[in-house]
Design a protein around this ligand. Structure first.
Ligand code: AP5
Ligand code: MG
Length: 215
């Protein structure tokens, strides 16, 4: 199953991708996570990416396309993948099409998560992520058993650098301008499935699973 999860910052792409990984045993490919790892490692790419990410803008297409091209060619993507946060621009979508054609693969579904702007801000400001295993939590909607500690591995929880209110607003603006048009792109290809992302985590998961049964 080859899937894209589309949706604005905080829509639940990462949360739902992790649940789909468990269900289908295929990898989550999150360009955001890969870029944050490069920032952490202070690689030349990470140092360049950090400027864009902390401002809430997009990392240049050629950088992101290169990462995804390499990742999709790895063995664990043989039986499928869940793209989370890629593509985000028209050129990225065109490149994905080309890379998949080269690999002899096609997309099965593009799930677009719809969430109100006010709810997105609440979700992002309350998000906490484990510094060790990367598991995501929410202070109100998906709290850890113990304050500040990952319920899965006991690691320390942190707030992402780009989860400040000013950066969040910019990320949303960038999403509307550069990424939202991809809904039409994939609607024309007959792949778009619009999913109400306003329910709780498990309700949204059930809606996605039902949608995926049809593809
Ligand atoms: P990225 O990491 O992809 O960030 P994003 O798209 O802004 O999305 P988020 O990760 O913030 O939100 P999410 O949808 O995953 O929500 P989550 O599940 O965590 O990208 C970061 C940056 O990297 C970009 O700004 C850009 O600079 C760069 N970048 C990445 N990809 C790029 C690309 N392709 N091209 C160029 N640049 C790129 O949920 C959020 C919170 O809500 C969590 O706390 C969760 O517990 C909670 N939650 C989730 N679902 C629910 C629910 N149903 N009800 C209540 N709470 C919920
Ligand atoms: Mg995410």
């Amino acid at each position: 199953m080859n899937i894209i999860l589309l949706g604005p910052p905080g829509a639940g792409k990462g949360t739902q991708a992790a649940l789909l990984v468990k269900k289908y045993g295929i990898p989550q490919i999150s360009t955001g996570d890969m870029l944050r790892a490069a920032v952490q490692a202070q690689s030349p790419m990470g140092i360049e990416a950090k400027k864009h990410m902390n401002a809430g803008g997009l990392v240049p297409d050629n950088v992101v396309i290169g990462i995804v091209r390499e990742r999709l060619g790895e063995d664990d993507c043989q039986d499928g993948f869940i793209l989370d946060g890629f593509p985000r621009t028209g050129p990225q979508a065109d490149s994905l099409k080309q890379v998949l054609a080269e690999l002899g693969k096609t997309l099965d579904s593009v799930i677009s998560l719809q969430v109100d702007t006010d709810a997105l801000v609440v979700r992002l400001t309350g998000r906490r992520t484990c510094t060790d295993c990367g598991k995501g939590f929410h202070l109100q909607f998906d709290p850890p058993a113990e304050d500040g500690k990952c319920s899965s591995c006991g690691g320390e929880l942190m707030q992402r650098d780009d989860d400040t209110e000013a950066t969040i607003r910019n990320r949303m603006k960038v999403y509307q301008q550069q990424t939202a048009p991809l809904e039409d792109y994939y609607r024309k290809e007959g792949l778009l499935v619009v999913v109400d992302g306003m329910g709780d985590i498990s309700t949204v998961k059930q809606t996605i699973l039902a949608a995926l049964q049809d593809c």
